[in-house]
Design a protein around this ligand. Structure first.
Ligand SMILES: [Zn+2]
Length: 191
């Protein structure tokens, strides 16, 4: 019986409502894009870590899959050159009948000589903007990744508290930067 139960559990899980599939595409950073935007070769990985952080925190509500092309990706992350907003922006759109977005992240932040602070800002911007792509709105809570600087707040402290968690770049993949309130809002938004 135990064996049959186990089989049932697996089958039932397979039949339960599927997690929302989000296909994604992230612009690469070859030399010409680096010259135009200030992106670095490792920045697409920061974007991927941001998406994977949302997937981890989703409690099974979403699944990510890399799209082989930009055209059919629900979430498209581009490197921008700073003519628009301070750190990034997101334009919602429909992709093949489903919610999607064009996400623009400015990689040309200049935090002095601290490379990990620069990586922090680019990563957290990717996280914030992709949060919008999943349907999240701004909050007034300084602890949240969806906090908006329009409510004031100390920008250096905001990025600095995440920077303080890092000893190496690889640590970014271990620290989501997503607060408890972000997690609750996210699971609701993608249901
Ligand atoms: Zn925002």
């Amino acid at each position: 019986m135990l064996g049959r139960c186990a089989v049932c559990l697996i089958a039932c899980a397979a039949l339960s409502p599927a997690a929302q599939l989000y296909t994604w595409w992230i612009e690469a950073c070859p030399p010409e894009t680096a010259r135009a935007t200030g992106c670095k070769a490792g920045d697409p990985e920061l974007g991927r870590w941001a998406l994977e952080a949302w997937e981890r925190e989703s409690g099974g509500e979403i699944t990510l899959k890399q799209s082989p092309n930009e055209e059919h990706a629900r979430i498209r992350l581009h490197w921008a050159n700073g003519e628009s907003s301070l750190y990034g922006e997101t334009e919602p759109m429909m992709v093949d009948g489903k919610r999607g977005a064009n996400v623009y992240v400015l990689p040309s932040v200049a935090p002095g000589g601290d490379l990990l602070l620069r990586e922090t800002i680019v990563y957290l911007t990717c996280l914030h903007e992709t949060g919008h792509a999943f349907g999240l709105q701004h909050t007034r809570n300084f602890a949240d990744i969806m906090y908006s600087f329009q409510y004031g707040g100390d920008i250096a402290a905001y990025f600095g508290r995440y920077r303080a968690l890092l000893h190496t770049r690889a640590d970014i993949a271990k620290h989501s930067g997503i607060s408890d309130a972000d997690r609750v809002a996210f699971r609701q938004a993608v249901k």
